[in-house]
Design a protein around this ligand. Structure first.
Ligand SMILES: *[C@@H]1O[C@H](CO)[C@@H](O)[C@H](O)[C@H]1NC(C)=O
Ligand SMILES: *[C@@H]1O[C@H](CO)[C@@H](O)[C@H](O)[C@H]1NC(C)=O
Ligand SMILES: *[C@@H]1O[C@H](CO)[C@@H](O)[C@H](O)[C@H]1NC(C)=O
Ligand SMILES: *[C@@H]1O[C@H](CO)[C@@H](O)[C@H](O)[C@H]1NC(C)=O
Ligand SMILES: *[C@@H]1O[C@H](CO)[C@@H](O)[C@H](O)[C@H]1NC(C)=O
Ligand SMILES: *[C@@H]1O[C@H](CO)[C@@H](O)[C@H](O)[C@H]1NC(C)=O
Ligand SMILES: *[C@@H]1O[C@H](CO)[C@@H](O)[C@H](O)[C@H]1NC(C)=O
Ligand SMILES: *[C@@H]1O[C@H](CO)[C@@H](O)[C@H](O)[C@H]1NC(C)=O
Ligand SMILES: *[C@@H]1O[C@H](CO)[C@@H](O)[C@H](O)[C@H]1NC(C)=O
Length: 662
């Protein structure tokens, strides 16, 4: 119903107009229901938003036609729709880079289709070229994937269905979106020369082009420092040395930035550092462009050439439909690689699995239903627990964080820790126990996680409990939802008698990760209650901050719980600091394509993911016949040693417990 309305209204909008309307409707939609837009209906003039259902459509393709028919119940695949334009240096590189093409043909998740379109008059030759690129990349690998890639020769402006509306209406405002350009002027020319550019990898060169006009200076291949450039932008050719060497040399020569031009016939490349180069900070921006003969000629003949930098808004290049048939944004592509499509599709696969899981039978206690979490207070709710809570052996936290508006652009910045505390009895030692921990997804509002916290059931020691969910008080608001799911695990007949946790003993907490970190931990006597059948170590540990070694976020720390001086229970964050560590966790619900460097591995956590409790059965390490003779001590190391930072120590956030079962 709702969808029909906006189909009728769909007029491919001019981008600026679409952006204005996006802003206006965001204000209206802040008030509207999040998940059931059909009940409130679209606002006049507004378009479809993320979460709205996508209707059926058909487009001609090079192989016949592509048909999306959600009404036939076929929606258990996701669909990514990509609109190409060769006016974008980013897209040119995405489609030219072998590693990017390979990542799609080798890594596209099974239940994902991709529809390729072109925004331009050249749609026919564009998609023929795109198909050829992918077929070549797939030549020696998985051919099956080609059956799920569809190429439409009809340009976006002639599609006649709802796709243009969404591409235009959602616009392209983020990183690698829109058309990044370099503008050259020179006295002899009547018109400026405007060319596409691709800025160097965001996480390599943090320097930004300023809005001013720079002078341009020829500096050969940039492989040697040149005479002082007095703040000009260096014009250098690709080749003969690494991008890093060019930028380093030009910085030394007092350039304000570097434009590397590709040699004739070569595509624009993703300029990045390699290996050790990446540890050497460079403070100027750089971008790649095509060789422009009039620019080269003017420079050669000693004419003054100026350059400035601009980004022209464009329709969105990527939209998608999840496995439930809802429209979805695809987030930021940090660099030109189809891996970002794979990660988005992996996440759809995860989200579909999660939807299944939360359909399974459970006693559900709603705690937060789209409550705004902000400031010192956070989100707070007091709820009644089921009377028979002790009959359940499983407790899961079904948590999600969305944004004030329906677009990711309304989402809070940065990756902050979110903690859930519970207090059921002010006088109980369990009051204010940390029940769950998550890290926010930087500017993406789709995070939804299920975390098993069954061992902590005993902290719910009264029929009424108050739950508080908080992030840092200065963070922008998140909209939090939380259900407690109580259930009974499915054990087969032969299983050992069911054990229930009945006592939780807090152990150690974290702190500043400096040379004194381990001095504050003393061996603690473990008091084992009688009738204990099993003892479990349960810890939630994350490393934060940044000393000169990147500790504790990006360094490898290990956490040791030594029982009776001999049993060494070790938890090591060995993917911390790796380039793609957190992309491995998208399958487990880490929100992909966030802003910033969500891809890097971190100390026990990822952006946009729950922190998994670490659990070890330590029953056999204890002397169960002497309830008072057991001890436990904790220590934390950086690279196998006591931490010893020279500056700005990081910190560890830790909740750790022994759980006693009977
Ligand atoms: C949905 O996916 C399942 C596999 O998970 C498949 O067996 C089934 O046929 C699919 N349904 C439709 C309608 O495509
Ligand atoms: C894209 O543009 C570049 C230069 O602007 C050109 O060399 C290349 O052939 C174009 N590719 C396609 C597919 O049109
Ligand atoms: C796709 O499915 C095949 C089996 O049908 C499986 O072997 C393969 O690992 C799957 N690939 C991905 C990327 O999920
Ligand atoms: C180049 O920039 C300088 C300084 O901004 C300015 O004075 C000059 O007129 C510009 N020349 C051209 C051709 O744009
Ligand atoms: C690379 O170096 C060679 C030899 O020094 C030189 O002739 C050539 O012009 C350089 N290439 C470019 C693109 O500057
Ligand atoms: C470097 O360039 C700046 C202008 O950006 C100028 O003020 C400064 O004097 C230059 N330094 C050298 C050593 O050339
Ligand atoms: C419990 O497990 C059995 C065998 O693994 C399975 O057949 C049954 O459907 C499961 N029951 C539930 C409620 O999940
Ligand atoms: C505990 O384990 C770590 C890492 O395996 C090891 O380096 C350390 O020596 C062990 N400590 C003891 C007391 O066994
Ligand atoms: C457990 O403690 C009892 C009493 O202190 C002692 O006799 C026994 O040797 C201990 N067992 C082990 C395995 O250490």
């Amino acid at each position: 119903m709702a969808l029909l309305l906006w189909l009728l209204l769909a007029v491919p909008a001019h981008v600026t107009d679409a952006q204005l309307r996006a802003k206006r409707s965001r204000l209206i939609l802040t008030e509207a229901s999040h998940l059931h837009p059909a009940t409130s209906g679209p606002q006049p003039g507004a378009g479809p938003e993320p979460g709205d259902r996508a209707t059926a459509f058909q487009v001609p393709t090079l192989d016949g036609k592509f048909s999306y028919q959600p009404d036939d119940g076929a929606v258990n695949e996701s669909l990514v729709i990509h609109a190409f334009t060769n006016k974008s240096g980013f897209l040119e590189c995405l489609w030219s880079s072998e590693s990017s093409l390979k990542s799609l043909v080798e890594g596209l998740p099974n239940r994902t289709q991709v529809l390729f379109l072109s925004l331009d008059d050249s749609a026919v030759s564009d998609v023929l070229w795109m198909r050829e690129q992918l077929h070549r990349a797939a030549a020696n690998s998985r051919k099956e994937v080609l059956t799920r890639l569809h190429f439409s020769p009809v340009p976006v402006f002639a599609l006649g269905n709802w796709i243009p509306k969404v591409l235009y209406y959602w616009g392209c405002l983020g990183h690698n979106c829109g058309l990044s350009q370099a503008v050259f002027t020179s006295d002899g020319w009547t018109m400026p020369i405007i060319v596409k550019r691709l800025d160097a990898r965001y996480d390599w060169l943090m320097g930004h082009w300023s809005p001013k006009t720079y002078q341009l200076a020829d500096a050969g291949d940039g492989c040697e420092p040149s005479p002082p450039l007095g703040g000009a932008v260096a014009w250098v050719s690709e080749g003969n040395c690494s991008f890093f060497n060019k930028v380093k040399n030009m910085a030394k020569s007092n350039a304000s930035g570097v434009l590397v031009y590709s040699l004739p016939g070569n595509p624009i490349q993703d300029m990045n550092c390699e290996g050790q180069e990446c540890f050497f900070p460079l403070a100027i921006p750089a971008a790649m462009v095509h060789q422009e003969s009039s620019v080269a000629q003017a420079l050669r003949s000693g004419k003054l050439v100026n350059v400035s930098f601009q980004t022209t808004p464009s329709p969105n290049f990527f939209i998608s439909i999840d496995q439930q048939g809802a429209l979805a944004e695809t987030g930021w592509f940090l660099y030109p690689s189809f891996s970002f499509i794979n990660w988005q599709a992996q996440w759809f696969e995860f989200a579909a699995g999660l939807q299944n899981k939360i359909q399974s039978p459970a006693k559900i206690i709603p705690v937060f239903d789209k409550i705004t979490m902000q400031g010192d207070k956070g989100a707070v709710a007091t709820v009644e627990l089921p009377a028979d809570v002790w009959n359940f052996d499983t407790l899961e936290l079904d948590a999600s964080l969305s944004c004030p508006g329906r677009r990711d652009s309304s989402c809070a910045e940065w990756d902050h820790t979110v903690q859930l505390f519970v207090c059921c009895d002010q006088l109980s030692p369990y009051c204010n126990t940390e029940l769950g921990r998550w890290i926010t997804a930087f500017r993406r509002g789709t995070g939804h996680w299920l975390t098993d916290v069954s061992p902590l059931i005993p902290v719910l020691d009264s029929s009424k409990c108050t739950f508080t969910m908080k992030t840092v008080p200065w963070a922008m608001p998140w909209v939090a939802s939380l259900n407690l799911r109580f259930s009974v695990s499915n054990r087969t007949g032969e299983d050992v008698a069911e054990l229930h946790p009945f006592k939780v003993t807090p152990l150690f907490s974290g702190g500043t990760f400096d040379k004194n970190y381990n001095k504050r931990y003393q061996p603690t006597k473990i008091l084992i209650p009688s009738s204990t059948k099993k003892v479990e170590l349960y810890a939630v540990i994350t490393g934060h901050g940044s000393d000169e070694n990147g500790c504790g976020e990006f360094c490898v720390t290990s956490h040791h719980f030594l029982i009776n001086g001999v049993h060494n229970n070790t938890h090591t964050f060995d993917t911390a600091g790796t380039a793609l560590g957190c992309t491995m966790r998208v399958k487990d619900g880490a929100v992909p394509n966030e802003h910033g460097t969500w891809l890097y591995g971190r100390g026990g956590w990822c952006d946009g993911l729950q922190v998994d409790p670490w659990r070890v059965d330590v029953t056999k390490q204890l002397n169960m016949s002497d309830f008072e003779s057991n001890t436990i001590v904790y220590f934390g190391w950086f690279n196998g040693q006591d931490p010893n930072p020279a500056q700005k120590p990081g910190y560890i956030i830790m909740s750790s417990f022994l759980i006693f079962y009977k």
